[in-house]
Design a protein around this ligand. Structure first.
Ligand SMILES: Nc1nc2c(c(=O)[nH]1)N[C@H]1C(S)=C(S)[C@@H](COP(=O)(O)OP(=O)(O)OC[C@H]3O[C@@H](n4cnc5c(=O)[nH]c(N)nc54)[C@H](O)[C@@H]3O)O[C@H]1N2
Ligand SMILES: Nc1nc2c(c(=O)[nH]1)N[C@H]1C(S)=C(S)[C@@H](COP(=O)(O)OP(=O)(O)OC[C@H]3O[C@@H](n4cnc5c(=O)[nH]c(N)nc54)[C@H](O)[C@@H]3O)O[C@H]1N2
Ligand code: SF4
Ligand SMILES: [Mo]
Length: 733
């Protein structure tokens, strides 16, 4: 206390981890009894060293929120929600699941693994285990509206066992449409500081982004191109690297095929052509290529920008080709991803051959003709299926995500979700998606469940931008308890109980690992979350019990893994010229790019996605955390002036698929002609809507049928042609 009075109780602190994004920042909470007074970064945490962002600090507000969902709810026929006991909830859900399976078959029961599975790391493995037990193949994830091109291009190019060179060893890092300082993707722990020290020791950052982002400010070269032109810019860079003698000939000879075909395919992308087409300075393009050529060690990472703008697969594919051409992959002795709570492994400095990207024999047959790919089942087509009752079509869904604010084509999403016989949504608040559920499960907050670093490690094996190379392990027990008058469930629990009601046994295994290693669960005595973690850590490189001894997390030197030498019998080659990719590149080279872009008098601007520090997607937002309750529609000052608009004005934003009302904000860091807005806002169609209070749902501007990728189905979610009209003018018109 500041007045000098001595209180009897010293403040109690407890440790946990923020899971509001993939940053996995360790935190310390100060508790007064069971109430959390404040949450700060844990300065003793070995990787993050106390770093957190405003969302981490707001965990105290989240935990104490009086509007917290305290009881599970059931939707009544008139649309209202009534509280329902845990027993009744399990009964009703189990009965619906049984009916759906009986009438439409096991595949009719689906689960969606959205981003919130970060929060409660036992959830994703339980979901997989439950679907397996009921015999359903309908596991959907967020992957096909995120960066699915990454999975597909890895399949088409092949992968490097040793992985990418970590940021701290790079001379050059090219980032395409990503903004780590805000998103943490590619520098999870304190990205601002890490990029600063990278640049400080002479590292060169190259950024391709239509906005001069927080990250682009640190770049040696910022190519502020037209949205959607990443394939052309990347082909242009590859062309210059090859012409400038940047090919690591020895590396390519030993590890790759297709150099000649790639060289030919990129030859139309001369600096002048790329400059004219993509709106970049040819000199800057040459500078960027020169930095790539001069660097001994480099890496290329792509974010959601190019992924949303269509042809995300091609962009990522070309980024992988660039790494291979320059021989930028890890070499023997380099640091490798070091499993701690995963099984040990020993990667080598060698390629893994390309593998099929689409899975024609996948047991589940998705609608709309888009098949299952290495990115999983496509969300594209699922809505139509939900609206058409038929054998095998999805009629029940366990939802771990914010579909109403995160899936394209909001009106259709609502119609489809409302057509389901069963929609189970986990939540801590009555979110936009909860409002269309048949059952809302009042779920533990992240601080109410123990945490461990296995999920953080696991995702690093699917996306090079997440997780760390260090042999890092952490476990913390739950640090908060739900309010005494609440009946709350951890989000994995429903699967256990429903399986048990249906007389089924579950086997729990690590996500992304072979199901053969899954272990049987005790179906008699109900386990707790810790028992699940223990099962998930069987055979891990470091035993969970050892990790538990370090509340701040720990670097386990004994688990440090280095990239091993190439094995003598390795004959795999990375593919620089996949036929499908080369055909797409040729299409890029020969198309009428103005027509393809789709801008013109009707739709003069290009809408692009962005993220903001204060919120992750559509997840819970603590009171007061946002600068404005709405998501501003950012435009360049000259565009605003031309439209006669001032910051704060309301505008109608229209695409060929739909329209929203936005509040404009000036942002001279944007390329003129671009409208940048974050997703995850807006009221549900049909609900009261005040653009200045709820913001706008940009997914209303999108359609699943718009220019979708034939392999994984992601539709155009960025570089979308739009018109912007002041609301007053519209009213007059
Ligand atoms: N237009 C547009 N759309 C996008 C994107 C974009 O850039 N532009 N980005 C896409 C990307 S990359 C992603 S990853 C997705 C993210 O999309 P999703 O993963 O679908 O959505 P989130 O907003 O992360 O999910 C938040 C909701 O999850 C529910 N939930 C489920 N389980 C739990 C739980 O255990 N705890 C809590 N607290 N809530 C739970 C709650 O309803 C919560 O509101 O959005 C995608 N959609
Ligand atoms: N604070 C915060 N952190 C998050 C999230 C969040 O919502 N908030 N979401 C999490 C999730 S789900 C994900 S997938 C990651 C994503 O991580 P990032 O990929 O880093 O996501 P963004 O910050 O949206 O950065 C995308 C950038 O692409 C640019 N861009 C838009 N269109 C184009 C284009 O056509 N070409 C190019 N080259 N650039 C373009 C945008 O201007 C923006 O700067 O972030 C994660 N972290
Ligand atoms: S939301 Fe912020 S504090 Fe939480 S994990 Fe991400 S970066 Fe860390
Ligand atoms: Mo994402």
């Amino acid at each position: 206390m500041t007045d000098g009075t001595v209180t009897s109780a010293t403040p109690v602190t407890a440790k946990s981890v923020c899971r509001c994004c993939g940053g996995f920042c360790p935190v310390i909470a100060t508790l007064d009894g069971s109430r959390i007074e404040k949450v700060e970064g844990n300065p003793d945490a070995p990787l993050h060293r106390g770093f957190i962002c405003p969302k981490g600090r707001a965990l105290a507000t989240q935990q104490n929120d009086p509007n917290r969902l305290k009881h599970s709810l059931k939707r009544m026929p008139d649309g209202s929600f009534v509280p329902i006991s845990k027993d009744q909830l399990i009964d009703e859900i189990a009965e619906k699941v049984r009916q759906c399976i009986e009438e439409y078959g096991p595949d009719s029961v689906a689960s969606y693994m959205g981003n919130p599975v970060h929060e409660q790391p036992a959830t994703a493995p339980m979901m997989v285990s439950f679907l397996e037990a009921i015999g359903s193949n309908s596991l959907y994830t967020v992957a096909t509206i995120d960066q699915p091109g990454m999975f597909v291009s890895d399949a088409l190019h092949g992968t490097w066992e040793g992985g990418h060179v970590p940021l701290d060893l790079l001379d050059v890092f090219l980032i395409i449409g990503g903004n780590p300082i805000i998103s943490k993707q590619y520098a999870n722990n304190n990205p601002g500081q890490r990029l600063k020290s990278f640049v400080g020791r002479g590292g060169k950052l190259i950024v391709i982004d239509p906005r001069r982002t927080e990250t682009a400010r640190r770049a040696a070269v910022h190519l502020q191109g037209i949205p959607g032109e990443d394939p052309a810019i990347l082909a242009g860079l590859i062309h210059l690297v090859i012409k400038g003698g940047g090919t690591d000939a020895a590396f390519v000879k030993e590890n790759a095929t297709g150099l000649d075909a790639l060289t030919a395919a990129v030859s139309p992308f001369t600096p002048d052509y790329v400059a004219q087409r993509a709106g970049v300075d040819p000199e800057q393009l040459r500078q960027a290529a020169q930095l790539l050529i001069e660097a001994k060690r480099g890496d290329v990472g792509s974010g959601v920008g190019p992924s949303m703008a269509t042809r995300g697969t091609l962009s990522t594919y070309l980024s992988r080709c660039l790494i291979t051409l320059r021989g930028f992959w890890t070499r023997p002795g380099d640091p490798a991803r070091s499993p701690v709570l995963l099984a040990p492994w020993q990667p080598r400095a060698q390629p893994s051959a390309p593998y099929p990207a689409i899975m024609p024999d996948a047991p589940r047959k998705p609608a709309r003709g888009i098949g299952a790919s290495v990115a999983g089942l496509p969300l594209n087509g699922l809505l139509e299926e939900m609206m058409t009752p038929a054998k095998g079509n999805v009629c029940a869904m366990f939802m771990h995500g914010g579909a109403m604010r995160t899936w394209p084509d909001t009106r259709k999403v609502k119609e489809a979700l409302e057509a389901l016989d069963l929609l189970v949504v986990h939540d801590i608040e009555m979110s936009a998606t909860a409002r269309v559920a048949t059952h809302v499960i009042a779920t533990n907050t992240q601080l109410e469940v123990p945490t461990f670093s296995q999920w953080f490690e696991s995702v690093s094996f699917t996306h090079p931008g997440w997780g760390v190379q260090e042999p890092y392990g952490l476990y913390n027990p739950a640090l908060a308890t739900p309010p005494p008058d609440a009946e709350i469930m951890a989000s994995w629990e429903i699967y256990y109980h429903v399986a048990r009601r249906l007389g089924l046994s579950l086997k729990l295994g690590r996500i992304f690992e072979d199901r053969a290693s899954a272990l049987p669960m005790d179906m008699e005595r109900e386990p707790d979350t810790d028992a699940l973690y223990a099962l998930l850590c069987e055979g891990s490189a470091i035993p969970l019990e050892t990790v538990k001894q370090y509340a701040d997390g720990h670097i386990f030197e004994e688990a440090r893994t280095k990239v091993g030498p190439r094995s003598d019998d390795c004959s795999a080659r990375l593919e620089l010229a996949d036929a499908g990719m080369m055909a797409q590149l040729q299409e890029v080279a020969t198309e009428d790019y103005h027509a393809r872009r789709g801008t013109g008098p009707d739709f003069p601007y290009l809408f692009i996605p962005r993220r903001i520090q204060q919120t992750t997607n559509a997840t819970y937002r603590a009171e007061g955390i946002l600068r404005t309750p709405y998501n501003p529609a950012y435009m360049h000052g000259t565009d605003l002036a031309q439209l006669g608009l001032s910051p704060g004005d309301l505008v109608r934003i229209r695409s060929k698929n739909g329209s929203i009302v936005g509040v404009v904000e000036s942002d001279d860091d944007l390329r003129p002609g671009v409208l940048s807005m974050t997703h995850g806002f807006g009221a549900n169609p049909g609900d009261d809507h005040d653009p200045r209070e709820h913001g706008a749902n940009v997914n209303e501007l999108l359609s699943w049928s718009d220019d979708y990728d034939p392999l994984h189905g992601q539709p155009r979610m960025g570089a979308v042609p739009v018109s912007v009209l002041p609301i007053e003018q519209e009213e007059k018109a």
